[in-house]
Design a protein around this ligand. Structure first.
Ligand SMILES: Cc1cc2nc3c(=O)[nH]c(=O)nc-3n(C[C@H](O)[C@H](O)[C@H](O)COP(=O)(O)O)c2cc1C
Ligand SMILES: [Mn+2]
Length: 341
């Protein structure tokens, strides 16, 4: 399906983005067999920060490719948004502002590409999740958007958390203090219920930025998926799952229906963080995976810890500080976060 270069469908769909990057000469296709354990991240690191993203087409031991590099160059990201890179923080800030004033809620549709295949049995070992760094505890899903619902109010939340693959149907999740997912888990614990969630892997940058929007911009009582609708210029499409009332992203590459029982933990980490240091191993929430849905030909999206994370978190930080400063200081033109920031 051809999509024009600046149609909302491009930003909203990772498959279209990969096709378009290829057409624009911004995709390196790695055809040699690459081991997802360490080698893949090592090869990706050679391209980090450059003008091209990388598609590993022949991942050793797996049927599906791995994509990296969507966020390591602002210029590449600008190209996807059909805007100069320097305008991106302002653009995202404007979208968040419009959403705050007048949200376009997501819509639940009957069907979507992520429902093309529902695996008969859950086996996370079939996901080509790479192991990035030598001391990482195992393979990780590090680019997926989590959707959950407030157990009391039903308000949806979107966030990005890293998930370690522990065994064929178990993940361990790192939820930093103060995250809305932590709040939801506390509420579920009080009600004596498990917390259902969906993990949506392989999505476009509009949804990525919506999920990563800081709590100051997107408070707990607002469905921040609407930010994605605003960035896309069309309501975000969701589909229903089987195990709970928490929806999944209709055009994600993969969607996992999961459940956390409050208080159940399992060891997570170490994991090489964006800072260049390892996050330590500790007991963290245990995630039971109940269903795996995917496209017929999915691409596994991974984010290389480093410039990609600085860029995507930094861009949102800049967008947020810019809008706060503008309310207080007339004439502020721009904000830039250094990588240390
Ligand atoms: C690539 C990337 C990885 C992230 N990893 C984590 C993580 O492992 N744990 C976490 O709590 N937050 C992580 N974050 C930050 C949260 O996603 C972000 O703060 C988000 O706003 C949290 O959503 P909330 O405000 O709804 O709690 C990550 C962000 C990005 C962009
Ligand atoms: Mn939130």
């Amino acid at each position: 399906m051809a999509k024009s270069s600046n149609s909302p469908a491009l930003i909203a769909d990772l498959g279209s983005i990969i096709e378009e990057l290829d057409k624009r000469g911004r995709l390196v296709r790695v055809l040699s067999e690459i081991d997802p354990k360490l080698d893949l991240a090592g090869v990706a690191a050679k391209f980090e920060g450059g003008p091209k993203a990388v598609l590993f087409e022949n991942v050793k031991g797996y049927d599906h490719p791995v994509f990296m590099g969507l966020y390591w160059s602002r210029e590449l990201l600008g190209d996807i948004f059909s805007r100069p890179a320097a305008d991106l923080p302002q653009h995202i800030s404007d979208c968040i502002g419009k959403w705050q004033a007048n949200p376009v809620d997501p819509v639940v549709v009957k069907d979507g590409p992520v429902l093309e295949i529902t695996e008969r049995a859950v086996n996370l070992r079939k996901l080509p999740a790479p192991t990035h760094a030598m001391k990482d505890a195992g393979p990780y899903l590090d680019a997926a958007v989590v959707i959950a619902k407030d157990p009391e109010t039903g308000v949806r939340n979107a966030s990005i958390q890293r998930f370690q693959v522990v065994n064929k149907n178990t993940l361990a999740v790192n939820i930093d203090a103060g995250r809305h997912l932590e709040l939801y888990l506390e509420k579920a614990a009080k009600l004596g219920q498990p917390l259902p969630l969906t993990i949506n892997a392989g999505v476009g940058p509009g949804l990525h930025f919506a999920a990563a929007a800081p709590a100051e911009a997107a408070p707990a009582d607002r469905d921040e998926l609407g930010i994605a609708s605003e960035i896309h210029g069309a309501p975000l499409e969701l589909v229903r799952g089987i195990n709970s009332d928490v929806e999944m992203v209709a055009n994600a590459m993969y969607a996992l229906e999961c459940e956390i029982t409050p208080g159940e933990t399992i060891n997570e980490g170490p994991f090489a963080e964006v800072t260049g240091y390892y996050a330590s191993n500790d007991k963290r929430p245990k995630v039971r995976v109940l269903k795996v849905h995917r496209r017929k030909n999915p691409v596994f999206h991974s984010i290389l810890s480093g410039a990609e994370v600085y860029n995507s978190v930094g861009l949102l930080g800049e967008a947020n500080v810019l809008s706060l400063l503008r309310q207080q200081v007339p004439g502020v033109r721009d904000v830039y976060f250094s990588h240390g920031g």
